[in-house]
Design a protein around this ligand. Sequence first.
Ligand code: HEM
Length: 231
Amino acid sequence: MSSSHATYLTISSHYSIIGALVGTLTGIALITNKEKLKKQALPMIKKPESKGPVYSLEEVSQHNTHEKGVWVTYQGHVYDITDFIANHPGGPQKIILAAGGALEPFWALYAVHNTQHVLDLLEEYRIGSLSKEESSDQAADIKDPYVNDPSRHPALKINTKKPFNAEPPMQLLSDSLVTPNEIFFIRNHLPVPDIDENKYELEITGEGINTVALSLEVILLWLCRISVTFT
Ligand code: HEM
């Protein structure tokens, strides 16, 4: 990668680059912060007592298509959700990702499911349980995808923790004309990516511009830093 790539860029694309770089550099600064957000538990099911037969993870994994039926597991229980797929408010393409396996990794990403209302809905589809051993093996394998999220300013008014969405409190917002970065509105859709600085590449593409890929080294050493105030 050389600085000659910059000569290909149009004036308008410079704004895209600045925007992308501001976002990227902010992300990188946050990622280097090693403090972790406290683990937020997934909701527990209301009726943990077993019902129906005991299935193995192997049996569940075979039910991963409409034809064979779509089964999933949640906190040690097995659900046949074949008839629910078409009605899923998040769309059939998303829910099918969990077919034949555990819901927890997906629900940890999409915190909208962390409500009793969703658990009551799920309960309607319960057909059995996993054995105690397989259930605890599975639980041990499930990692919190938000564990590497950076810590944020404690003054932020948090709307959701996972994904992290927060806004400046009204009392501080009126203190300055330009909101300080630490309390600026934050809206993530998924976990903050945990990137490898040596492999990271920022690709800039779009209609009418030549695609360029910039390594972190190039971004930090070769490009000049510009501060942009935006609202
Ligand atoms: C049987 C399992 C599932 C049930 C019962 C279920 C139920 C629901 C419900 C009730 C909502 C609407 C929530 C609300 O707006 O209050 C929802 C939204 C959603 N679900 Fe699921 N879901 C399931 C599995 C999944 C899986 C496995 C994924 C991802 C792979 C997923 C992704 C989503 C997404 C992206 C939304 C929309 C979120 C939004 O618009 O903010 N769901 N689900």
